[in-house]
Design a protein around this ligand. Structure first.
Ligand code: MN3
Length: 200
């Protein structure tokens, strides 16, 4: 089985003016597609290794799997996390849990933006649910997979690789992350992901 690039859940220009059509098009059709292709290539090479019994490349292929697999997963969540006319306040059960774990929506937003804006190099800001810890956590991710707390289920992810914002926002990463949170986030999607992730 191989994976394919999921279509965007809205038109390429649907997130204007906060997220421009040119960036969305390149980001989805080229960058996200690259991670899908990389994931499929890693899985094919691992299958070939199992067939031949030659695992000389196991270390490199494991890294490829983590990088491209995480890239595909995070981008899939990222597109679904946004909608036209998004932003506003968290709603539903996620709003209650944010109050429990961060004290207030405002405190959560400040922490999320501070963490996301200070990612070293390429990476992501992530709001995730840990069923083991019974808690929401704000995390940074370097590239796609480093600095994770194991077992976390990403609910809200903000891409801060330069390809995600540089055409429109240039070096002003905080303007991109503020636009994402204030004008693009679909809290309905984040809340549904929280409900799906929460088992205990
Ligand atoms: Mn990206």
């Amino acid at each position: 089985m191989s994976y394919s690039l999921p279509p965007l859940p809205y038109a390429y220009d649907a997130l204007e003016p906060w997220y421009d059509k040119e960036t969305v098009t390149l980001h989805h059709d080229k960058h996200h597609a690259g991670y899908v292709n990389g994931l499929n290539a890693a899985l094919e090479k691992l299958e070939a290794a199992r067939e031949s019994g030659d695992f000389a490349a196991a270390k490199a292929l494991s890294k490829e799997l983590a990088f491209h697999g995480s890239g595909h997963v995070l981008h899939t969540i990222f597109w679904e996390n946004m909608k036209p006319e998004g932003g506003g306040k968290p709603m539903g059960e996620i709003a209650v849990q944010i109050d429990n774990d961060f004290g207030s929506v405002d405190a959560f937003k400040k922490q999320f933006l501070a963490a996301t804006n200070s990612v070293e190099g390429s990476g992501w800001g992530i709001l995730g649910w840990s069923d083991e810890l019974g808690k929401l956590l704000v995390l940074q991710s370097e590239i796609h997979q480093n600095l994770a707390v194991q077992g976390i289920v990403p609910l809200l992810v903000c891409d801060v690789w330069e390809h995600a914002y540089y055409l429109k926002y240039q070096n002003k990463r905080p303007e991109w992350t503020a636009a994402f949170l204030d004008n693009l986030v679909s809290w309905e999607n984040v809340n549904q992901r929280y409900l799906n992730a929460r088992c205990k």
